[in-house]
Design a binder for this molecule. Structure first.
Ligand SMILES: NC(=O)c1ccc[n+]([C@@H]2O[C@H](COP(=O)([O-])OP(=O)(O)OC[C@H]3O[C@@H](n4cnc5c(N)ncnc54)[C@H](OP(=O)(O)O)[C@@H]3O)[C@@H](O)[C@H]2O)c1
Length: 331
């Protein structure tokens, strides 16, 4: 049966992808409403569903929907998502971090904990970095028992929204023209740099982005004591996050066994042929649904352990695709 679908934040980096994914995956969209603030209300957007005029967001209009995909800020979600996800309202899938760490709300990665999607009308979509790593880490954990994981990330500017990408483009041009390079959006100039600081610093010295990887892996795996730490770094790419990961496992593990498990895992594509110069990279992972995994090798540090590299489109598996996959579980 076709559904009334609303996308709030439809003009943003995630919202634009959400509309494309709904079409691409044949989600049963009967009516599509695109909502944003007064800045964009009235604008006409070219979408795969044809030209659609952006509507000014209101709780009343959003409650008329069957499904609402929310891609605005955490503060916005905190205020409005519970007002929309009432029994007489819509099912809300929220892309912000507002509800992810609250036990009252499910946090779902369909390849990992699809059963949790039915536990509420307001469902949290995971952090992009977490989702990309988790689809590769979970099958390894199920088969070999991951005792601990240590992660470093290489995160694209679009992970910070459309303005992040715009700053990389504009300031790279300034840099190459020998002009002053400004940083209004990032903490430091981003062109030809990398910044080991994403989101706010916490009391323990990690940033919130880094703690999201820990908290959300623990919640989606259903293992509050799962040991994982992260160093999150912003780099001057436009799109797709990369992550290097080291794991220690309970059971012995070889790269060949890991490749076999990952080749059968949903949402994962093994790209691991160094002789042919094939490994995961942002330019290849961009606009792909699957997360690429490669550079799989036996750890030199742990008796039972591996090093590997993943790369995934954080606007897709890290946001829009995962959200639509959650909705698919509910139709
Ligand atoms: N970027 C990523 O890779 C990524 C990945 C996972 C999760 N997320 C999360 O997804 C959310 C959206 O991120 P984004 O990167 O898409 O941000 P973005 O590019 O900055 O887009 C923000 C969107 O929110 C809309 N908006 C702002 N204030 C509004 C209001 N008062 N009422 C209605 N709409 C409003 C904006 O519309 P206007 O055109 O009217 O300003 C725009 O469409 C954030 O919570 C982010 O943390 C992002």
């Amino acid at each position: 049966m076709s559904k009334k679908v609303g996308v709030i934040g439809a003009t943003g980096a995630v919202g634009i992808e959400m509309v494309k994914v709904l079409k691409d995956r044949n989600f049963p969209v009967g009516e599509l409403h695109l909502f944003a603030s007064e800045r964009s209300a009235g604008k006409k957007l070219e979408t795969p569903f044809g030209e659609i005029e952006v509507e000014l967001f209101s709780v009343a209009a959003a409650k008329e929907m069957d499904f609402v995909f929310m891609a605005v800020s955490g503060d916005f979600a905190k205020e409005f998502a519970p007002q929309i996800a009432t029994d007489d309202g819509a099912i809300v899938i929220d892309n912000s971090s507002a509800f992810r760490y609250d036990d009252a709300y499910p946090l779902v990665i369909p390849e990992i904990n699809p059963e949790d999607a039915k536990k509420g009308r307001l469902i949290a979509n995971p952090n992009c970095t977490t989702a990309i790593l988790a689809v590769a880490l979970f099958p390894l954990h199920k088969n070999f028992g991951v005792k601990r994981a240590i992660v470093s990330t290489y995160q694209a500017t679009s992970g910070a929204g459309a303005e992040g990408m715009a700053e990389l483009e504009a300031e790279s041009k300034n840099y190459l023209a020998g002009k002053e390079v400004k940083n209004e959006f990032f903490a430091h100039p981003i062109p030809f740099n990398l910044i080991p600081h994403i989101d706010k610093f916490q009391e323990n010295g990690y940033t919130k982005e880094e703690m999201k990887v820990t908290w959300e892996t623990q919640k989606t795996f259903g293992e509050p004591d799962f040991k994982i730490s992260c160093t999150a770094v912003r780099i001057p790419t436009f799109r797709a996050h990369a992550e290097s990961c080291t794991i220690e496992t309970e059971k012995p593990i070889t790269p060949e066994e890991a490749r076999k498990v990952l080749a059968d895992a949903p949402g994962v594509k093994v790209v691991d042929d160094p002789e042919k110069l094939e490994y995961p990279m942002p330019l290849n992972a961009t606009k792909q649904y699957d997360v690429e995994v490669g550079r799989i090798r036996k750890s030199l540090v742990f008796e039972n352990g591996l090093d590997f590299f993943v790369c995934g489109d954080q606007l897709l598996k890290g946001a829009a695709l995962n959200a639509v996959q959650i909705a698919e579980l509910l139709v």
